[in-house]
Structures are given as structure tokens and as C-alpha cells.
Design a protein around this ligand. Structure first.
Ligand SMILES: CC(C)(COP(=O)(O)OP(=O)(O)OC[C@H]1O[C@@H](n2cnc3c(N)ncnc32)[C@H](O)[C@@H]1OP(=O)(O)O)[C@@H](O)C(=O)NCCC(=O)NCCS
Length: 153
């Protein structure tokens, strides 16, 4: 697997991976605008043989705080440490950009992401009730935070 900084040229590949991982997939233009927006940056992981993007993370670092906007790993490539590698790389990049902490929102029923973020040293700092709409109802968003001055748990 090869990890590299993302440019807007990668937006179509990132959108394709996003669509494998979420209902309400983000479009190419939306991803491109986030990459180009204030403090926006992303990282992609490519299959070294095909060059196809198989995972990515999109983040923003502004005024001493960073935020993970989205993270997705193509299903066949999950549970190989790719998500964790992307989170650690974003934490390094955010710290280098001057961020002292990194935040994200995750659905309270997303066990895989919660497991990953917990392992990567994030802790809950808030809850947004009924934030994500589901066919059968709504799910709270948990707001998680990691201090970038201390190592992951
Ligand atoms: C969440 C996601 C990014 C994890 O990516 P991944 O590459 O499979 O994660 P990793 O292999 O780096 O896993 C790191 C750790 O996270 C936890 N984890 C990952 N997947 C898990 C699962 N399905 N169930 C429980 N814990 C899980 C484990 O602690 C794991 O360590 P281990 O494999 O040594 O047990 C991936 O499942 C995904 O893309 N899901 C859909 C999109 C999504 O939910 N994104 C996050 C939105 S906030």
C-alpha cells in the first residue's frame, strides 16, 4: 500500500471509495472543494500494482484545531491497518500544520470506526443527539478528540 498526499486530481477516486462506505456518498466536486478549502488536506492509499485509490482520509486544520471530515477504506482492504495508518498520518500532518488537537464526529452505532478511534487515542468529549438519520430512526453523533501533544493510547 502506498500513502500519499491527495490533490483534486484524486477526487474521483476518493469519491468512488466514499461511495463504497457510506449512504449519501459525497460527490467529486464536494471532495475537491474540501481539499481546496481553508486548511483542507487529504491523504490517499493506492494499490501499488493498479494505482487505484483504495482508502482515503480528508481533514482540515485551522486556528490550532484539526478535524477529520471523513475516512473510508474500500471493504476488501479493511482490517489490514490502513485506517489506523491514515489516522496517524493525518495526526502528524495536523500537528505539523500547528494543530494542538484533532476532533471528529462518528455515529454512535459505528463499531468499526469507534474501535479504530479508541485504539488511536481518541476520547469522547460530546454527543449530538439524533444527528444521523437512518431508515429506522436516528443515531447520535459522538464527538471525539485527541490531544496532538501526547502519543496515542
Ligand atoms: C472504520 C474503517 C475506516 C476502519 O478501517 P480499517 O482499515 O479496517 O481499520 P484498521 O485495520 O486500521 O483497524 C484498526 C483498529 O480499529 C478497530 N477496528 C477496525 N475495524 C473494526 C471492526 N469492524 N470492528 C471492531 N473494531 C474494528 C480495531 O481495534 C482495529 O485493530 P485490530 O485490527 O488490530 O483489531 C473502515 O471500517 C471503513 O471504511 N468503514 C466505513 C466508513 C466509516 O465508517 N468511516 C469512519 C467514519 S467516522
Amino acid at each position: 500500500m502506498r500513502l500519499a498526499g491527495a490533490t483534486t486530481r484524486d477526487a474521483p477516486g476518493m469519491a468512488a471509495v466514499h461511495a463504497t462506505s457510506f449512504d449519501g456518498a459525497w460527490g467529486v466536486d464536494e471532495i475537491g472543494a474540501l481539499l481546496d478549502g481553508p486548511g483542507g488536506f487529504g491523504l490517499v492509499v493506492r494499490d501499488p500494482e493498479t494505482e487505484v485509490i483504495v482508502a482515503f482520509i480528508l481533514a482540515r486544520a485551522v486556528a490550532g484545531e484539526a478535524e477529520v471530515l471523513t475516512l473510508a477504506v474500500d471493504p476488501p482492504h479493511r482490517r489490514f491497518g490502513v485506517g489506523r495508518a491514515l489516522v496517524e498520518a493525518v495526526a502528524l500532518n495536523a500537528a505539523a500544520a500547528g494543530a494542538r488537537s484533532i476532533f471528529l464526529e462518528v455515529a454512535g452505532d459505528n463499531d468499526a470506526a469507534l474501535g479504530l478511534y479508541r485504539a488511536a487515542g481518541f476520547s469522547p468529549v460530546g454527543r449530538r443527539p439524533a444527528y444521523y438519520r437512518r431508515g429506522s430512526g436516528a443515531v447520535d453523533a459522538l464527538v471525539l478528540r485527541r490531544d496532538l501533544n501526547s502519543p496515542p493510547g
